[in-house]
Design a protein around this ligand. Structure first.
Ligand code: FAD
Ligand code: NAP
Length: 340
């Protein structure tokens, strides 16, 4: 059923009040196709929605917002690996916890990432040194222009750092319906991030004794200690991507700021955007209901349930300040709707 003039506030974790001209809940492929037919006949832009944890609503959406609520989850043992087949509307964190409870490793570092499976390939979700692409096998998506189903292999998805084909050439062309992951039975823990190392060494836990459940529990504890729960403090996670700069710019910055947080990324360097924002003095800043989280400056928060334009205004001020102080461009990670 297509609804009109629909309130999107409960459908975005920033809790921005905005309305969609039309809205549909799709719990089957037939629902999805019918909604896409409606949008095509009325020449409407589409906004596929999962948990709404990586979007910023900058105003009312003049098209069809569509909550992708397809359900279904299957685990199939293939000897050397288990294949997980998950419909787009399944919750990501629940999938992670289900997999570790089954004794499967590979997704534990990605615990507590909000949102649904269908959105996970869009930005190749990642945390603590692991990305979706590390266990991704393939996906099925519905082409918006035709309603036909198309399969994409891992290679075809062109995964990059918080990036994929679906943010580039295939942007706004597909609705992801099903994702297939393969978890190898020869698992190795990935605990290179300092936060994980510190957590286990403080508890006196040896790396050799770790299992997927203990790593998932550590990730959950660390995240809960520094990241705001969107249910309590509205936010969209990291507001900016970590900028990547060349070796010469990195060397200049390092000379000026010996405490700079940066990691080698091939020949280039990935700077911690949160450190730059913090160092520029924005951590804990508040203005009229929007602000910068006290424990992690990379997260913009919206406790006042303000409109998207206030959030964007603050983000632009922060980016301009970081550019003037460090000469580094910050690019927002969440997608803005309607776009600029
Ligand atoms: P939405 O916000 O609903 O959508 C995001 C984008 O994907 C939109 O462009 C939307 O149109 C599109 N989309 C959604 N579903 C589909 C579909 N089925 N088909 C096609 N397009 C679709 N991200 C990380 O990578 N790592 C983290 O550690 C992480 N931590 C976070 C912590 C917090 C507290 C928050 C609030 C966010 C965090 N995020 C993180 C960002 C976010 O959770 C992920 O990007 C997540 O995958 C978004 O899922 P969602 O269902 O909420 O997507
Ligand atoms: P953190 O552990 O304080 O680390 C700060 C930054 O340094 C991170 O952005 C991380 O990059 C980078 N980093 C740390 N150790 C690294 C290593 N060994 N190798 C390469 N890079 C390293 O970060 P945090 O804010 O608490 O977040 C923890 C993890 O959750 C991070 O992976 C982060 O990406 C993820 N996260 C993502 C979102 C989101 O919305 N996208 C929100 C919250 C947390 P990376 O970001 O590239 O990992």
């Amino acid at each position: 059923m297509i609804r009109s003039d629909f309130d999107l506030q409960p459908f975005n974790t920033m809790t921005i009040a905005a309305r969609a001209k039309y809205f549909a809940e799709a719990t089957s492929l037939d629902d999805l196709r019918a909604a896409l037919d409606f949008a095509r006949e009325n020449q409407l832009p589409i906004l596929p929605l999962g948990g709404g944890s990586n979007i910023v609503l900058t105003g009312d959406f003049p098209g069809l917002a569509m909550h992708v609520g397809l359900k279904g989850l299957a685990f199939d043992d293939h000897g050397e690996y288990t294949q997980i087949t998950a419909a787009a509307g399944e919750n990501w964190h629940q999938l992670v916890m289900h997999s570790v409870a089954e004794g499967l490793g590979g997704l534990e570092n990605l615990a507590l990432i909000p949102g649904n499976i269908g959105a996970a390939p869009i930005q190749n979700i990642g945390a603590y040194g692991v990305e979706l692409k590390d266990s991704f096998h393939s996906l099925t998506a519905m082409e918006i222009a035709t309603g036909s189903l198309v399969e994409f292999s891992a290679e075809e998805c062109q995964f990059g750092y918080r990036d994929s084909l679906f943010k580039q050439d295939a942007r706004d062309r597909y609705v992801i319906c099903e994702v297939r992951l393969r978890l190898s039975h020869s698992w190795r823990p990935q605990v290179s991030y300092p936060a994980l190392q510190q957590y286990f060494s403080a508890k006196g836990v040896a790396i050799e004794s770790l299992n997927p459940v203990s790593i998932a529990e550590a990730v959950i504890a660390i995240r809960n200690s520094k990241l705001p729960n969107p249910v309590q403090i509205p936010n969209a996670g990291s507001f900016f991507k970590n900028p990547v700069v060349d070796a010469s710019q990195y060397a200049l910055l390092r000379q000026q700021y010996p405490e700079l947080v940066a990691y080698a990324a091939g020949d280039a360097w990935k700077l911690a955007a949160g450190w730059l924002i913090d160092r520029a003095g924005w951590r804990g800043f508040e203005r009229g209901g929007v602000g910068v989280h006290k424990q992690q400056a990379l997260v913009l928060v919206n406790p006042g349930h303000c409109c998207g334009s206030e959030v964007v205004k603050l983000a632009m001020e922060i980016a301009a300040d970081v550019k003037s102080k460090f000469g580094v461009d910050l690019e927002p990670e969440p997608r803005f709707y309607p776009g600029a």
